[in-house]
Design a protein around this ligand. Sequence first.
Ligand code: SF4
Length: 249
Amino acid sequence: MAKRSAKPSKSRAETRRLLAALETQHPGADTELRFTNPYELLAATILSAQCTDARVNEVTPRLFARYPDARALAAADLAELERLIQPTGFFRAKARSLVGMATEIVERHGGRVPGRLEDLVELPGVGRKTANVVLGHAFGVPGLPVDRHVLRVANRIGIAAGDDPVEVEAQLTAALPRERWTVSSDTLILHGRRVCKPRPLCDRCVVRRACDYFEEEWGAATPKASTKSPATAARRTPVRRTRRRVPRR
Ligand code: SF4
């Protein structure tokens, strides 16, 4: 198979239109992690690695009751912390990240979570994706977190091209207005969880007629792009689950 170009197949205008259509399918898209302040969201996002948000939400009430702020978490007994977060998986590494993150926040930021990307990514256990989640949802600073769902969905549709999250983030942020970055990421994540799963439910997808993956599966007979409602779209398109052309994530 020919190597995929590093350039998205869709124009910036098409990308904006497709995201707007997806937002109609997933209105009010937002993070599903529960939090009341930046510290809680940062800790919850660290715990969400390789874990569902629902499972994280089951663990965090007891975690935040026991360690209500960065100072408390920095002083945590590692074994006790590990027991608390064990259901989220990889609990030993996550416990070390949480304590390391909290210690840095106490020592370098006076106990408050910093509100700048360059400071957040310096914290243990905090990558660019986590930093953008916290910026966008806890500080109201636009950020476009790229996780495995965003990578998969954006590549399939053709609004991004490539496996590098930083590159895909740059492609999407170049196409979308700054104020839409956070909600666009949330929308793509929800679409990846609910519809464009590793085995995609294209018959339920509002953008299927403009999607590169769908076009490759169904060929030139595919009708042109439409923004019809998901219900209408589902009625007009047969179900087909066959080979994939873009690697699953
Ligand atoms: S048409 Fe299918 S592959 Fe394309 S975005 Fe929708 S669900 Fe994903």
